[in-house]
Design a protein around this ligand. Structure first.
Ligand code: BES
Ligand code: MN
Ligand code: ZN
Length: 489
């Protein structure tokens, strides 16, 4: 699959499909094209076949040119980046339903920012071509069945050059999303902590600026990660702490550290979950998977940033060695934790990983976790929750989410919430009671992130979808890539 950009005369570009984003009033390139086709498009609009409404699609065949098609893609009302992305997704899906092998996307139909628009086109086509691969292998690049080339057409040479950059970037985001989706969708009997560790090693293999280190339980014991190890205690699968280091710029530039929760299956432990829908707890490693996806995106696009990924990976199981409610453990930070509920395990593995992050002297730390069911109550499946000890960092992440159509919304970290974590037997309890569950979870993490700028993304609502379309979404890879790109000097 190759992406190219061109500003040559549209009618001279050889292709078997042309995607034309337009409203019901044909303008610019759409009007020119209609003229060259003797009004074929405008007559269909007049007849009511195509209304130009946002996301509407109509495939038409050009008379006399067998196998040539135009996919009309409605744009009316697509006034925000999010709506424009939805339109592009609809166009990508319509294109991939056809047997097209060489397509031209007539650009600038939605936005005059060719770089941005082209990046979303490439990402959407990559994402639309993802297929779950049941074999235990990570898809590094998922190949669409038929589409070989997509040429993004822009109205000027300058715009085509900008689009070229956008295509490369967008394709790397799409591939990164697909890596995260594939890891998320794999069942927990294949995707174990050891499997994730091996995939992280495979990702770094042959890469000159990505290295993977995997710490064993013995290593973690030496580091005094008593909180993380209290979660893996109940499982026969050994926990792994996976560290990925990407160096895209001078070593002196402080890294952004991404910490991704990877509970490869969350039964709840001794505080066992109910059976309904428990299979979806294989997705409890999607935070870690998003870090892998971002790393894949970084090596592909060679962004000039330094990033460290830390993935604490474990199962949460209830065997005879399992941690019991009321047990008190000592975290790597020295703070003690009374574990009142073993199902609040994400924060227990993250806190030690966040303490470990200090050694990288980070510019900022962002953790990504399917942490609380409560965030679904607050924000549904639309936005991720953002909680941060730094207003600037929170703003940057929110803006990156808007720009990439991978949105988030901020919740507060006030001390009134933090007080709910009081324990009579340790420095803190691991749960804060029934109210404001997303916030109290983040307040717990905030006690381990005082030494640097930090933000927490609760992606329990956005990392996968349930129901007949069940599957991992690849979020928040687009937001994180956009954020990292914005930090590049
Ligand atoms: N992995 C879950 C969070 C989750 C639940 C994500 C449902 C998506 C759907 C997490 O480990 C968990 O169990 N959280 C508990 C916390 C509670 C015990 C304080 C929850 O949200 O119920
Ligand atoms: Mn849990
Ligand atoms: Zn969990």
């Amino acid at each position: 699959m190759e992406f190219t950009a061109s500003s040559a005369n549209l009618l001279n570009i050889k292709a078997d499909s042309l995607i034309l984003a337009t409203g019901s009033q044909l303008q610019n390139s759409a009007a020119d094209l209609d003229k060259s086709l003797d009004g074929a498009i405008s007559s269909l609009i007049k007849a009511g076949d195509f209304g130009g409404k946002s996301g509407e699609t109509l495939v038409i065949h050009i008379p006399g040119a067998a196998g040539k098609r135009i996919i009309l893609l409605g744009t009316e009302g697509a006034s925000t980046p999010q709506k424009q992305i939805n339109v592009i997704n609809a166009g990508a899906n319509a294109l991939l339903k056809t047997p097209s092998s060489k397509a031209v996307w007539v650009g600038e139909g939605l936005s005059d920012d060719s770089e941005w628009e082209a990046s979303i086109v490439a990402r959407s086509i990559k994402a639309a071509s993802y297929k779950y691969a049941p074999q235990p292998k990570m898809v590094k690049k998922s190949k669409p069945a038929k589409l070989k080339t997509l040429c993004y057409w822009a109205s000027s040479k300058a715009n085509a050059n900008a689009a070229k950059k956008g295509l490369t970037y967008g394709a790397s985001v799409g591939n990164g999303m697909n890596v995260a989706r594939q890891l998320g969708n794999l069942p927990a009997n294949i995707c174990t902590p050891s499997y994730l560790a091996n995939q992280a090693k495979a990702l770094a293999k042959g890469q000159k600026n990505l290295t993977t280190t995997v710490l064993s339980e013995a290593d973690m014991k030496k580091l005094k990660m008593g909180s993380l190890l209290s979660v893996s205690a109940g499982s026969d699968q050994p926990a792994k702490l996976i560290i990925l280091k990407y160096q895209g710029t001078k070593a002196a530039v402080k890294p952004t550290v991404l910490v991704g929760k990877a509970v490869t299956f969350d039964t709840g432990g001794i505080s066992l979950k109910g059976g309904n829908g428990m299979d979806e707890m294989k997705y409890d490693m999607c935070g870690g998977a998003s870090v892998m996806g971002v790393m894949n995106g970084l090596i592909e696009n060679q962004l000039p940033v330094n990033v460290v990924g830390i993935i604490p990976a474990t199962e949460n199981m209830p065997n005879g060695q399992a941690t019991k409610p009321g047990d008190v453990v000592t975290s790597m930070s020295g703070q003690t934790i009374e574990i009142l509920n073993t199902d609040a395990e994400g924060r227990l593995i993250l806190c030690d990983a966040l303490t470990y992050a200090e050694r990288f002297k980070p510019a900022a730390v962002v953790d990504i976790a399917t942490l609380t069911g409560a965030v679904i109550g607050a924000l549904g499946k639309v936005a991720a929750g953002v909680l941060s000890n730094d207003d600037g960092l929170a703003e940057q992440l929110l803006a990156s989410g808007t720009q990439s159509g991978d949105r988030a919304w901020r919740l507060p970290l006030w001390e009134e919430y933090d007080q709910l974590l009081k324990s009579n037997f340790a420095d803190m309890a691991n749960i804060g009671g029934p109210q404001a569950g997303t916030i109290t979870a983040a307040c717990f993490l905030a006690r381990f992130t005082k030494k640097y700028k930090w933000a927490h993304l609760d992606v329990a609502g956005t990392a996968w979808i349930s129901g007949p379309q069940k599957g991992a979404t690849g979020r928040p890879v687009p937001m994180l890539m956009e954020y990292l790109r914005s930090t590049a000097s």
